[in-house]
Design a protein around this ligand. Structure first.
Ligand code: XMP
Length: 517
């Protein structure tokens, strides 16, 4: 099955690609994602990549970035990239760079332009089919004040007379066409790709299989590898991919942390068997619960769990003579955990990214690190992984530890497991499970007063969360029908010993996050 996708579905050098130079914008990978949505493969390179490395691309995009072109340490590309004779778009900082390098002037705007603006496009192939005015998203401190000689203006806003400029096939845009707030941005990128760069548009989820395969071969070579297997869509996709490449040099390891949901260990073993993955299961409950004893701070919990995971993998890898650890890390895990991807701030340390110990002695391979959850589901579909498996709601590596606020104890785990199980069963029964991106119960460590059969109770509080989302980066709370929510809540209160109150979380992300810790 995988062989077919790897070899039949893909011909050498079939894919047209676009190079993206990263100047540190938080949106760089959103550009890549938009291009994939438009059927085009792209590779993100550091801003100072050598022109030779990108010369086989069909076009080039210079990302935005947090810098001013006049800063001493402003990142500058190799000038030769402009002689590669391929279409180029500079976005925001990218435009300012083009402006400076081609002899224009850049100045600090009096007011930082941030938010939605009306943009008036002029006649240009980039703007075919675009309304005038159209809403675009600006986020910049500097702007072009004198247009470089030989460039012409192809669009403006009330504040930026040079909001879009062009010289031959070199374009500069002051706004961000890649973000969804630029209402017709995707159409502009489509014009750039298909009318200007003339790409074939032959990217599809299955193309990724070949690219990932190359990466796995070039990194792991002939060495053995273990994989952090959780039964979720990311690690399942990784396992199926890697198994097809490394064959018996590969062992997926599922660590039972004791922080799993009810029945989950059995279910995960079942998925592994169904996909013939030969998953090794390690019972590490005592180890994890002991190391979490008395810990209440969410970041500390995450760091401990990340560390323990790696220690288990190191021990097992040494038994198996493996040198590499493969993880199903996605792009959002990285952007919220660390700052190696642009100038982003730490939101929470995802157990498999920021919480990796510095002295880890395994090489790390992350074939999905540029992708978003919905794209990984497409890849799962291309790999013919059953829908029932890849449509499971995401479950975080730290498991129930980040859904029990405060200290994790066996008693709290039992209560939460039961409540969460009933919640999930009810969602399936009501036909709502697949409409919701992620749902779960949370143990809130306060007691409240209730009454059952004229008797006062002093019991536990359970929070319910359900969100709609595309990729987990932003999310809206799910609007239940009153009777459905009522049925779920009363089922939990009737069936879970010690719970006498249920609340529903109506917070979106942002300002909240999806998980409570
Ligand atoms: P937040 O809470 O950051 O969650 O809005 C976004 C998505 O990421 C999941 N999540 C994690 N997944 N390790 C993971 O594998 C982690 O440490 C982690 N923290 C959050 C979360 O469940 C949601 O789907």
């Amino acid at each position: 099955m995988i062989k077919k996708l790897l070899y039949d579905d893909y011909a050498e050098n079939m894919i047209d690609k676009i190079a993206i130079l990263d100047f540190g914008s938080q949106y760089t990978h959103i550009i890549a994602r938009r291009l994939r949505e438009l059927g085009v493969y792209s590779v993100v390179f550091p801003y100072n990549v050598s022109p030779d490395e990108i010369s086989d691309s069909k076009g080039l995009i210079l990302s935005g970035g947090p810098f001013s072109v006049y800063q001493d340490d402003a990142p500058l590309p190799d000038r030769e990239i402009f002689n590669l004779n391929m279409p180029i778009i500079g976005i925001c900082y990218g435009l300012q760079l083009i402006g400076k390098l081609f002899g224009g002037s850049i100045a600090r705007s009096e007011a930082r332009e941030y938010g939605r603006m009306d943009f008036e496009p002029l006649d240009d192939p980039l703007f075919v089919g675009i309304n005038s005015p159209t809403t675009v998203w600006m986020s910049h401190g500097d702007r072009l004040t004198i247009c470089p000689p030989s460039f012409k203006v192809i669009g403006r806003t009330s504040n930026s007379p040079f909001a879009a400029v062009r010289f031959n096939n070199i374009y500069g845009l002051q706004f961000h066409p890649e973000v969804s707030h630029t209402v017709e941005g995707k159409r502009m990128l489509e014009n750039f790709l298909y009318s200007i760069c003339k790409v074939k548009g032959d990217w599809k989820a299955s193309s990724f299989v070949e690219i990932a395969r190359d990466e796995i071969i070039s990194t792991c070579g002939n060495h053995r590898a273990v994989l952090a297997y959780s039964g979720g869509v990311d690690s399942t996709v990784c396992s199926v991919l890697v198994k097809g490449v490394l064959k018996d040099k590969f062992t997926p390891i599922f660590v039972d942390t004791g922080l799993m949901r009810k029945g989950e260990v059995r279910e995960i073993k079942g998925i592994g068997e169904e996909l013939k993955l030969d998953v090794m299961v390690i019972d590490a409950e005592k180890r994890f619960l002991n190391s979490l004893k008395g810990v209440i701070d969410p970041e500390q919990k995450r760091m401990i769990i990340g560390r323990e995971f790696i220690r288990v993998f190191e021990e097992e890898a040494s038994e198996l003579d493996a040198e590499y650890l493969i993880q199903g890390t996605l792009y959002p895990d990285r952007i919220e955990s660390v700052s190696d991807v642009g100038p982003s701030h730490l939101i929470k340390t995802h157990h498999n990214v920021g919480a990796l110990p510095k002295d880890m002695n395994l090489g790390l391979v992350e074939p999905l690190k540029a992708f978003f959850k919905d794209e990984v589901r497409e890849i799962a579909n291309a790999l013919r992984i059953p829908e029932r498996i890849y449509k499971r709601h995401p479950f975080p590596g730290p498991g129930l530890a980040v859904r029990i606020l405060g200290e994790v104890t066996k008693e709290r785990l039992e209560i939460l497991r039961e409540a969460d199980y009933i919640y999930m069963e009810m969602l399936k029964e009501l036909g709502l499970y697949d409409n919701i991106w992620q749902a779960f119960a949370v143990f809130i460590p306060v007691k409240t007063v209730g009454v059952i059969g004229d008797v006062r109770t002093y019991g536990n509080l359970i929070g319910l969360r359900a969100v709609e989302s595309e990729d987990g980066m932003t999310a809206d709370w799910y609007y239940f029908k009153k009777e459905d929510l009522e049925q779920i809540a009363s089922s939990i209160m009737n069936k879970v010993e010690g719970v006498n109150r249920v609340v529903y979380d109506v917070s979106s992300k942002p300002p909240s996050t999806i998980e409570w810790e």
